[in-house]
Ligand binder design. Structure first.
Ligand SMILES: Cc1ncc(COP(=O)(O)O)c(C=O)c1O
Length: 440
């Protein structure tokens, strides 16, 4: 057995082996999966724009007018008029001074974190941030302080311990967390950043099209437009295309143009992807009721799942995790659901922490209420067929938390603040904290 065969066999044994499934046709509510018709309940095509006729036409027209490829990096010959147009529209929509397109959300995150933080700097990162943020932190070579998920007290504690207040600190967080659908405490994060002189970067990949006025995202929903230093968004999810953007002030954007390696050393987005995103953005602005349809789909699915006995709360977030725990069991549940006509991919480590494998359900504005009710019913049956209890499959994050990846984990013992410390009227006892850290 070769070393690679052995590693693959090990992945299989651990329930972590992955294979690519084949989807025929566009990312609509129903697809052929490996030749079998199923309801698609795990796509990020949240607003149903990836397969919208106007978006398809725009991409096809752009291919005829500008060609398919951008030919080079943005800094060589790759910045085309259509790139500039989308950047201007996105900046205006997000109320930002400037905007810069990247090849994908992954590239935008590693490029931006790597540009804004380096050796000697400190990045404060939520422990459940997306892998592209984790990798950006690793590549940056900055010191990375991982704070507990959504825990602004732990963030404050970490800033006090590690922040120098010299503007060389970066706080980075997903706004809507991709695997749990929960939302970062942005107002508190921005307040803390101001207090400690840190920059804030927010990844809105799953919030665009879902939260905020006309789907402008969680930053807008929290009333923080203009207050977050760097906002990243993707074009490949609600905006139905491919690519990503960074919104910030002119200074940061020209700094990224000069230093973000994935922008400098990678070919620019192809014109059809850019034109598709432009058309999707226009559609979203013209008809924001799509966002309401997505929210209503989420409400319907959540209610139907609760009727089946899943401990799913009412709400409007389109991402609904059904926590299984064990990796093999999550795969078996995915298979049972597929046999009942529902495709909800099993999500396992390293995408989620060990022991929190799950089906991650995602609704789309294009799902009908009947489809979603049928899906909840099929999932209930699938769970019971495996002898599992839907009531145990509740929200994952606070309950069963372990850490994702060896290099992105909270390491320091941490003592929650007293009310006095929170108000800031009692100095934090660094001496005491460090002796606790040493003793642990
Ligand atoms: C929070 C978050 N950020 C960034 C990305 C990466 O974006 P892209 O798929 O455009 O590379 C994803 C998902 O893919 C994500 O969930």
């Amino acid at each position: 057995m070769s070393e690679i065969e052995e590693r693959l066999a090990e992945l299989e044994r651990l329930g972590l082996y992955r294979r690519l499934r084949l989807v025929s046709g566009p990312q609509g509510p129903r697809v052929l999966l490996d030749g079998k018709p199923v309801l698609l309940l795990c796509s990020n095509n949240y607003l149903g724009l990836a397969d919208h006729p106007r978006v398809r036409e725009a991409a096809a027209d752009a291919a005829m007018r500008w060609g398919v490829g951008a030919g080079a990096s943005r800094l060589v010959s790759g910045t085309m008029t259509i790139h500039r147009r989308l950047e201007e529209r996105l900046a205006a929509w997000k109320g930002s001074e400037a905007c810069l397109l990247f090849g994908s959300g992954y590239l935008a995150n590693i490029g931006t974190i790597g540009a804004l933080a380096g050796r000697g700097d400190t990045v404060f990162s939520d422990e459940l941030n997306h892998a592209s943020i984790v990798d950006g932190c690793r590549l940056s070579r900055a010191e990375v302080i991982v704070y507990r998920h959504l825990d602004s007290e732990h963030l404050e504690w970490s800033l006090r311990r590690h922040g120098g207040g010299d503007g060389r600190q970066l706080i980075v967080t997903d706004s809507v967390f991709s695997m749990d659908g929960d939302v970062a405490p942005l107002v508190e994060i921005v307040d803390l950043a101001k207090e400690h002189g840190a920059r804030v970067m927010v990844d809105e990949a799953h919030a665009i099209g879902a939260l905020g006025p006309s789907g402008r995202g969680a930053v807008a929903e929290a009333g923080l437009e203009g207050e977050v230093d760097v906002v990243v968004g993707t074009l490949g999810k609600a905006l139905g295309s491919y690519g990503a953007y960074v919104c910030a002030d002119e200074e940061i954007i020209s700094y990224l143009v000069n230093t973000a390696r994935p922008l400098i050393f990678s070919t620019a987005l192809g014109p059809p992807a850019v034109a598709g995103a432009l058309a999707a953005l226009e559609l979203l602005q013209e008809r924001p009721h799509r966002v309401e349809r997505l929210r209503s789909a989420a409400r319907t699915l959540r209610k139907a799942l609760a009727t089946e006995g899943f401990p799913v709360e009412d709400g409007e977030m389109q991402i609904v995790p059904l926590l299984v725990g064990d990796e093999h069991a999550a795969m078996r549940l995915c298979k049972e659901a597929l046999e009942r006509g529902v495709f909800a991919q099993a999500i396992r480590p390293p995408t989620v922490p060990a022991g929190t494998s799950r089906l991650r359900l995602a609704t789309m504005a294009s799902h009908t209420a009947e489809e979603l009710k049928m899906a909840a019913c099929a999932l209930g049956e699938a769970v019971r067929a495996l002898g599992l209890d839907p009531a145990t499959m509740g929200p994952s994050v606070s309950a069963n938390r372990t850490h994702v990846g060896d290099e992105h984990k909270t390491e320091e013992p941490y003592l929650p603040m007293t009310a006095g410390e929170r108000r800031g009227d009692a100095p934090f006892d660094l001496e005491r904290e460090s002796s606790i850290a040493r003793a642990a």
